[in-house]
Design a protein around this ligand. Sequence first.
Ligand code: AMP
Length: 222
Amino acid sequence: MNLILLGLPGAGKGTQAQILAEQIGLIHISTGDMFRDAASAGTELGRRAQQYMNKGELVPDEVTIAMLLERIAQPDANPGIMLDGFPRTIQQAEELDHSLSERNSLIDAVLYIEVPEEQLMGRLTGRWTCPTCSAIYHEITNPPKITGQCDNEGAKLTQRADDQRETVKARLDTNRAWTERLAEYYEADAKLYPIDGTGDPEAITKRLMAAIETVPVQASGA
Ligand code: AMP
């Protein structure tokens, strides 16, 4: 099964994608994490991506699509993928569909996690991530056992530049435009599953799992 999690920043895509991928046995692929890893490793790709990430802009399609298609062609992606943060443009969605169809595969469902915008503002500014293992925490909904420290290896948690208050509003505005375009793209294909993203993370996971159980599986593997 190949799934996409869609939603505005702060809708809980990252947290839910990790949980769901593990429960269903899919490979969780976050293009944001891939770009951050490449930037930390100081690769050419990372340096290029960093210029756009710092400004809160999308990394150009040609770079992003090549990176993602290479990743999903790895053997470990064969049982299925859970995409988080990709696609973000119609071109990305089209090239993903094209690449999967060449392997007799497809996107089975797009889970669109919907949260009222005023709630997103509060959520986004409370999000902290681990620079070592990419674990995601939240001051209110998912705090680490010790404030400021990752539960996994005790690394000092950091707040991503793009989670800081001043950039959040602009980020929501630009994200809304492409998220709605993508929702329409997948709705036209009857693949869109809107999910209520309010409430505690366990309740949201249950709603997502319930929706996934209704998805007609047409092909398996990436
Ligand atoms: P995220 O963690 O998903 O919010 O991604 C962090 C940053 O990585 C974004 O603000 C973009 O600059 C870049 N990025 C991640 N995924 C994509 C994508 N599918 N297309 C273009 N840029 C992306």
